[in-house]
Design a protein around this ligand. Structure first.
Ligand code: HEM
Ligand code: HEM
Length: 285
């Protein structure tokens, strides 16, 4: 059953990576094959950076960032190393999202198109603002050593919920953006006549939704959660769920010998996870 669970996770991961990669390629095929390509000239080619960067960074990279803690072969790596990877990927996603915002706003200003009139732009900009807040709070509370343990414990469920909510909002916004763009730019034949570009880009939307669905599934299975730190358990010998217990190895490598049992196949790891499941709790550190 352990191996089965591992295989299922791998199958989902490979599918998600493939879908995400194909979505990025499709966004490039769209702007180069059907649109004006990429450029930074205040024209349509500058606008085209908007969908490309947002699909690459805000959807694909953010999706991967959300599930890195769940890769079973990283459970023997220190939590600190995984925090760096999680935070780093989210930072890359943030930068790409910001550049994509600059691209649309510059395009709108150059073309004298009003800003922030659509529901797409409202949801989209709100997602960007909350994402930067999430990133800042994540750094301040979970990475820097200053936040007290009870604060970390209190904020972790909110961090997870708001992270997933923002991810969903980003996907919703991407779908609205795709629909708007097709309605605006397909003239003859029009969108409603289903020209090849319309079918192709509708499929890009389907890819994005399916990618998001897989990420949300992987991120919400309790038994695929990263097991709590070994030393956290030692501090609570009664086996109570060590929520809010800081257990940080200062080492950032993946070969810490005395943690080598924290693998996917480890019964100890699974039992720890099971106890957490029962309590409905999560390792906060
Ligand atoms: C405009 C955000 C994805 C197409 C905008 C604006 C924002 C935004 C804030 C307003 C710019 C302005 O008023 O000057 C986002 C976010 C996305 C996203 C956060 C993350 C998924 C997409 C995608 C497309 C797209 C995938 C597909 C082409 C458009 C279009 C506009 C626009 C056509 C101009 C019309 C309007 O303001 O609604 N976007 N966007 N967006 N976006 Fe996106
Ligand atoms: C967990 C989102 C930034 C630290 C999570 C989870 C999500 C998430 C969805 C749940 C993952 C899971 O259950 O496996 C985000 C987003 C961020 C962000 C969208 C950026 C906008 C950060 C930063 C840090 C951080 C900067 C600081 C290191 C953590 C920790 C966990 C976590 C410690 C718990 C992992 C575990 O369950 O073992 N984050 N996060 N996050 N995040 Fe973030």
């Amino acid at each position: 059953r352990k191996m089965e669970g591992y295989r299922r996770f791998l199958a989902l991961l490979v599918s998600a990576l493939l879908l995400g990669f194909v979505a990025v390629v499709c966004s490039l095929v769209w702007v180069f094959g059907y649109r004006e390509g990429l450029g930074w000239d205040g024209g349509a080619a500058e606008f085209n950076w908007h969908p490309v960067l947002v699909v690459t960074g805000f959807v694909f990279v953010q999706g991967i960032a959300i599930i890195v803690y769940r890769l079973p072969w990283t459970w023997k790596c220190s939590k600190l190393l995984m925090k760096f990877i999680h935070a780093g990927l989210n930072t890359i996603a943030m930068i790409l999202a910001i550049v994509s915002m600059v691209a649309v706003f510059e395009y709108h200003n150059a073309k004298k198109i009003p800003n922030m009139y659509s529901l797409h732009s409202w949801i989209g900009l709100t997602a960007v603002i909350f994402y930067s807040l999430q990133l800042f709070l994540g750094f301040a509370v979970f990475l820097l050593p200053f936040a007290p343990v009870p604060l970390r414990a209190a904020l972790m469920p909110i961090h997870v919920y708001s992270g997933l909510l923002i991810f969903v909002a980003v996907i919703a916004s991407a779908l609205m953006g795709i629909t708007e763009k097709l309605l605006f730019s397909l003239k003859s034949p029009a969108y409603k006549e289903s020209p090849p570009e319309a079918i192709f880009v509708n499929c890009l939307g389907l890819l994005i939704v399916t990618f998001g669905a897989l990420i949300l599934w992987m991120a919400s299975r309790p038994h695929w959660k990263r097991p709590p730190e070994e030393s956290a358990k030692v501090q609570r010998p009664n086996g109570g769920a060590p929520e809010g217990v800081e257990a940080e190895s200062t080492m950032t490598d993946c070969s810490n010998a005395d943690r080598s049992d924290v693998g996917f196949n480890s019964d100890a790891a699974r039992k720890r996870n099971f106890k957490l499941d029962e309590a409905g709790q999560r390792s906060t550190m």
